[in-house]
Write a protein that binds this ligand. Sequence first.
Ligand code: ASP
Length: 429
Amino acid sequence: METEESGKSGFMGWYFQSNLLTRILIGLILGAVVGLIAGPSILWVKPFGDIFIRLLKMIVVPVILFSLVVGAASLSPARLGRVGVKIIVYYMATTVVAVAIGLLFANLLQPGAGLDLSAGKAAGKALTQPKVVDTLLNIIPSNPFGSLAKGEVLPIIFFAIVFGFSLSFLSLSKDNRLSSGAAAVLKFFDGAAEATYKIVRGVMQYAPIGVFALIAVVFAQQGAKALGPLGHVTLTVYIGLIVHLVVVYGGILSIFGLKFNRFLGGAKEAMLTAFVTRSSSATLPVTMRNAEENLGIPRSIGSFTLPLGATINMDGTAIYQGICALFVAFAVGASLDFGSQMTIIITATLASIGAAGVPGAGVIMLLMVLNSVGLDVKEGTPVALAYAMILGIDAILDMGRTSLNITGDLTGTSIVAKTEKSLDLQKWS
Ligand code: ASP
C-alpha cells in the first residue's frame, strides 16, 4: 500500500516503504510459527494485538456515523429504500445457501463420527442459551447518543439515515439560513468522514505487528489442537468456507459481469484484517475503505450496506453452525434426519443474523441451533463435552468464518452498486 513516509533507510525505511499486505502476511506466518513453537511462553505479546483491535474499534462508530450521514444526504429516500430491499434479499438468500453448504459438507465428511462421546464422561458447565432476536423496535434508538456510546450499530444506522435525510431536505430550503446551515453541517460531516478514513490508513501501518501478536496468541493456545485431533472439523469448516467463497460469491459476481479476481484483489486487506481480528465490526473501517478505494463502491451505498452487513450478514458463521451442529450430533451418536436438518437451516440463519460481529459470538449462538434439534448443552452430558471440544478450537474456526462474513458483505454491496449503476467500473477492468 502507498505510504507517505519516505526518505527513511534501514528497517524503518523498509517497513514503511514495502507493500502493506506483504508485511501483514509476514506477521501472520511468523505469528503462527512462533505461537506453535513457543506455546504459552509467548502469551506476553497479547497486549500488542490488543492495541490493534482497540485502534480499529476506536474508529468504528465515528466511521459509520460520519460516512452514513453524508451517504444518506446524497441519496433520495426512494433510492435508499431500493438499495435496502436489494441488499437484505441478498443477505438472507446467501445465508440460507451458506447453511445448506455447511450441512452438505458435514454430511459428506462426517466430522465427529466415531468419537462416541456418549460413552465418555462429560465435562463442561451448564450454559445458558442467549436471547436471540432484538426486536425490530430496538432499531429505533430512544437515545441516539446512548447508542453511539454503546456502539449499537443498527440504531446508529437508523439515526444517521434520518439525520442525513433531514440535512439534505434542509439544504434545498429557500430560506438561506436553513440551507446554508445544513450545507455547513454536511461539510463538517464530510470532513470528519475523511479524517476517520485517514486514521484507518494510519492504523493499518501498525497492522503487521498487531497481526503477529494476535496470531501468535491464538496458535500458542489452540493451534496444535486444531491441527491435531480436531483437524477433521477444522478442515470441513474451511472447505465449506472456500467453496462458498469461490462458487457462491465467484458465481454471483460473474452473473453480474464482475471479475472475481479483481474483487479478491480489492477486498484482500479487509479479508485478512477480519481473519486476524475475528471481528466483523472491528474490521468495518477497513471494509468500508476497501469498498470505496479499491472496488469503486460509492460511499452513499457502502456506508449503509456494509455496517448493516457486518451486523446481520454472516455467511461464514452460518456455514460453521451447520457443520458444528452436525459435528456434535455425530460425536454423541445422534442422527439428525432431514426434518432436523431443515430446522438447522432456519435456526442457523437466525443465529447468524443475531450473532454480534465480535470474536466468539458464533459459538454462543451455536447453543441455540443445538437446542433447536434437541441437543441441549447441559452440564455433565456428552453434548456438553462435544460442545466444549468446539469451544477449545473456536478461535481458529472464527478466523475463517469472520473473513467470509465480511467478504459476503462486500460481494453483495458490489452487485447492488452495479445494479444501481453506481459502481466505478474502471476499478474492475
Ligand atoms: N466473529 C464473527 C464475526 O465477527 C462472528 C462469529 O463469531 O461467528 O463476524
